[in-house]
Ligand binder design. Structure first.
Ligand code: KG4
Ligand code: ZN
Length: 352
């Protein structure tokens, strides 16, 4: 089965073609970084308009990729949520329209399940059961994965997601947008231990996270100093280390609690080199194997959506009741009804 995946939940327009026999055939991404840069964050209306502008040419480019050779996909998967409503609508409506005109099924998938399954696109993919650390701009969560589709959230951020904290800290340090890579780059020149920030919520039981205090403490220190290049680097390093060590402590705790022997790490912050290195060390101490997608598949992309759509279609599993009604009603005729829904707020635990 060959699936076209469409991702438009936030500020990246992603598309990809996944083939169940040949793997990931092609994927492409149009970043909106330059568009949102002047505003220091994502402007939802601009995001939706830009998806509308670039999505169709991007898909056309992929369909004619030498590895796909103009072949019409057997199915289409699009991100149905969670995400920005206007941005989601662009991917969902174009996905449904193409499915109608090609007379193939379409399925709406959960963005975070996409992140969770992204490591499956790499060599030596992990098998469930496993523990997942999903760290993106919108979410930070530890998920116990009993099997694909059976997810239990063990802990999540009570305020800012890890990526969001990176973005806000970068902004206050004048490092620009998106913040994660900018903070990581500045931190490379930082002097260790000049500043020290706490590891929030690690001295009490539980697996929830809170990152907004870290950002505030960074601001307090920043206000007490002249922000020259070295001080910015030292603060960036202290912040990055605090976030990474907090994530490491919570992962170790969750691994001990669940006895899982496999850990998957995904989402934009999963591209962070320090986090990848430290989690690998910490997991090794517990005899746990860690699985990451390559950095380009950690951040938002169409490949993870194509793959998730494939897994769900192959098992006739819709991600949502409404969409499952369409799937069941139309599966005999192998076509879609044309109606679709998006779910801007949608918990991973609510997946069918
Ligand atoms: O998964 P993603 O692309 O989009 C969401 O679903 O939110 O994650 C984007 C987030 C942004 O907050 C960005 O600053 C962060 O991931 N990020 C990083 C790195 N690369 C991206 N954070 C830390 N280090 C990185 N190298
Ligand atoms: Zn994401």
């Amino acid at each position: 089965m060959r699936v076209l995946g469409i991702e438009t939940s936030c500020d990246d327009t992603g598309a990809a073609i996944y083939d169940s026999a040949d793997g990931l055939l092609a994927h492409a991404l149009a970043s909106q970084v330059e568009l949102h840069k002047p505003y220091g964050g994502v402007v939802p209306e601009l995001a939706a308009r830009d998806h509308l502008r670039v999505l169709l040419p991007l898909i056309d480019h992929l369909i004619h990729d030498p590895r796909n050779r103009g072949v019409t996909p057997d199915a289409i998967a699009y991100t149905a949520g969670p995400g920005l409503a206007g941005a989601l609508l662009v991917g969902a409506s174009l996905g449904m329209s193409l499915a109608r005109s090609w007379n193939v099924p379409a399925i709406g998938v959960h963005h975070m399940e996409g992140h969770l399954l992204a490591p499956m696109l790499e060599d030596n993919p992990p098998d469930a059961p496993m523990l997942a650390l999903l760290v993106s701009g919108g979410h930070t969560m530890l998920v116990d994965v009993e099997s694909i589709g059976a997810y239990r959230i063990l802990g999540q951020s009570l305020d800012d997601a890890a990526g969001e904290a990176f973005d806000k800290t970068a902004k206050l340090l004048g490092l620009g947008y998106p913040g994660g890579p900018a903070v990581a780059a500045a931190a490379e020149e930082g002097v260790a231990m000049r500043f020290s920030l706490p590891r929030p919520m690690t001295n009490r039981a539980g697996l929830d996270f809170s990152f907004s205090g870290l950002k505030t403490q960074t601001r307090t220190i920043a206000n007490q100093h002249t922000l020259n290049r070295q001080t910015i680097a030292d603060l960036a390093l202290a912040f990055e280390v605090a976030v990474v060590e907090t994530l490491v402590i919570k992962c170790q705790r969750a691994l001990r609690q669940t006895d899982r022997t496999r850990l998957v790490v995904s989402g934009g912050v999963g591209a962070n080199a320090r986090l990848r290195r430290r989690l690998r060390e910490a997991a090794a101490e517990l005899g746990v194997e860690v699985f990451y997608p390559r950095p380009a598949l950690c951040t938002d992309n169409g490949a993870m959506i194509a793959y998730t759509g494939y897994v769900r279609l192959a098992h006739q599993l819709s991600a949502h009741q409404l969409q499952s009604n369409y799937l069941n009603k139309n599966q005999g005729a192998n076509k879609t009804s044309g109606a679709f829904e998006i779910y801007p707020r949608w918990s991973l635990e609510e997946i069918e």
